[in-house]
Design a protein around this ligand. Sequence first.
Ligand code: MSS
Length: 363
Amino acid sequence: ASEPKSLPDFAAWKDRNALIVYTANTMETHRGAIGNGVITPADRLFVRNNLPAPPSTITDDPDAWEVQIEGVKNPRSLTVGELKSMGVTTVASVLQCSGNGRAFFPHGASGTPWSVGAAGCVMWTGVPLKDVVDALGGVAEGARYITGTGGESLPEGLDPKSIMVERSIPTRALDSALLAWEMNDIPLSHTHGGPLRLVVPGYYGVNNVKYVKNIAFTENQTDAKIQASGYRVREVGKSGSPDQPSMWEMNVKSWVTAPLETGRSGRSMVCGVAFGGTVALEKIEVSTDGGKTWKQGRFLGPDLGPYAWRPFVMAADLGAGEHRIVSRATDIEGNTQPEGRIENERGYGHNGWSDHGVSVTVS
Ligand code: MSS
């Protein structure tokens, strides 16, 4: 086995024991470090950067950070200080990478081999994007997308479109999107996109643009590679293109967080987390025989709204031997997790319950 990697400087404040460190830009929360609280502590939250982060000095004076707003009646640049006087809201939302669960794809989808921990549930505080748009006279006619651009400075000599983090999401997200300057009640860290981040509750991680420097209401999606061919769901072996589904709204999903690997015979608390993406949950079911029989679990703790996850528990009597423990969530619209995977080239959006289970040896 190779030496465990240490945390990169820009994430040195994280809890090393709670994380699997793949590279300087990719860190996953251990399944066993997810816990039963609704909110993921910042030092345990996964990290994923497509590009090296900008210098950490950008959060030295957060109120001075500027974001340009375009595609509205009165386009202009606003500082975080100005945004703070325009409105405020707070929302609990699951942040999950599009490729969470990629490790389970048998074709070896390229990208970070995330298991379950490229996800967490955090509190975001900032101004509703809608309030900003209203103050600037409303969205320009014909706009169908909200396009956010990350504040990384790009290496010279490369086509900027091929590397920049610039994502477009449909304008239906305007009702819930915010420009956030706080996460879990403290100023948004540079690691997670401070001074300012576009947060789109219920949408996959990639749409939540960090160090956001430009928001544009546009007729078309950006032609940046990360949007045009990246984060597109297609058959194994195919390359990405704009006509394929983009990783926008998250699907219903859950997984078990305890017990893991071994357990004691007798009464056991089977725990996990479940969420519905943009839709609230209806129920969680748990099986300790690999999906042959199911029993309903109970959600724990406060319900922090449709975008948050719900920790759950189901008491089970586990006898000595091997148990395959799986969970299956259903949202209030009746969407439920499928048993299997939807095979796709990059291993996106996996919510199949079978792969996400755990095998526990009870003695
Ligand atoms: N933003 C920016 N600016 N940059 C980058 O790189 N990435 C993405 C998001 N945003 C980026 C951004 C991704 S891709 C993800 S997941 C997220 O982010 C993460 O987050 P955190 O905070 O955890 O790190 Mo996949 O879908």
